[in-house]
Design a protein around this ligand. Sequence first.
Ligand SMILES: [Zn+2]
Ligand SMILES: [Zn+2]
Ligand SMILES: [Zn+2]
Length: 336
Amino acid sequence: MLIGLCGGICSGKHSVAGYLIQHQNFRLLELKSSGSPHARQDYEVTNNAIDQASRLKFETAESLLEFATKRWQENWVTTHIWDAAALDRFLQRPFFLLVSVDAPVSLRWKRFAERYQKRQLEPPQLEEFVLWNDQQLYEKDIGRALLTDRAQVRLFNSSTSLDELHAALKTLNLADDQRLRPNWDQYFMELASLAAQRSNCMKRRVGCVLVRERRVISTGYNGTPRHLKNCNEGGCPRCNRGEGGGAGLSTCLCLHAEENALLEAGRERIREGAILYCDTCPCLTCTVKIAQVGISEVVYSQGYNMDSDSAAILEAAGIRLRQFSSPRNGLIYLEG
Ligand SMILES: [Zn+2]
Ligand SMILES: [Zn+2]
Ligand SMILES: [Zn+2]
């Protein structure tokens, strides 16, 4: 795999690269002449901790990417992705993961000042550092925020020592290749979450996907039936009253995501081996329908307020139930 690290001045991207090189058998890919508009300040004071033997240098981002493409099964890391056009090409490859590293600005200034002091240079004042940082991140068309914004994993490096950072990175295991390509559970659960986004129910957005032999049979989300006003346009008076949890459930006009997916598929197409993915654990009334149509397994991601009752019914009906949790992505705090 190839991990691209991006982030602001002294956020710790070189420390993360250093960890991958030392502990996870990665090697560093670099560009010879840096195209970064901010390279002068940012780069010179960093990156000396990584020894020369672990580095390979390239003329262009294209040749770097070509090199990694031919050897994608080995582990590579780069901190040299400077612009959005280059990033577009990297992100097209299935072995590439973009990771951003950020840290509180006060902490980054402290790290920066320490580096200057080590070289017996006068460190910049905090205000000067902040202005410089803003320019580097947000300058129109070339600011690094354009890159960090697209990261699949966003690390928040508030650790105060390298040991602490290393311990956190060890637990996280950035090199887990499930981050590159979702497994089947992840894939179908994300489709269920996508379906949930279409929901118009005022109570709660839920999405569901029915699958057999790794093929989608049907999808569903909750809301009022066909030809009725959408729930969020006042279609269901009960949902719009804003009462908590299961209050007035029997007067609700909204079909649940599971019901819609089951109705859409029909019993004929469900058959033995069908799996129901739902981002919320099915309620009791859905559970009995799930049992009746012959679903073999239910996978959900978030709990609901009647999980144990639903679990008991599913068990009695001989249907497997399991909770799925996806790998930690998005914003992750790196602390000891
Ligand atoms: Zn509703
Ligand atoms: Zn309702
Ligand atoms: Zn339900």
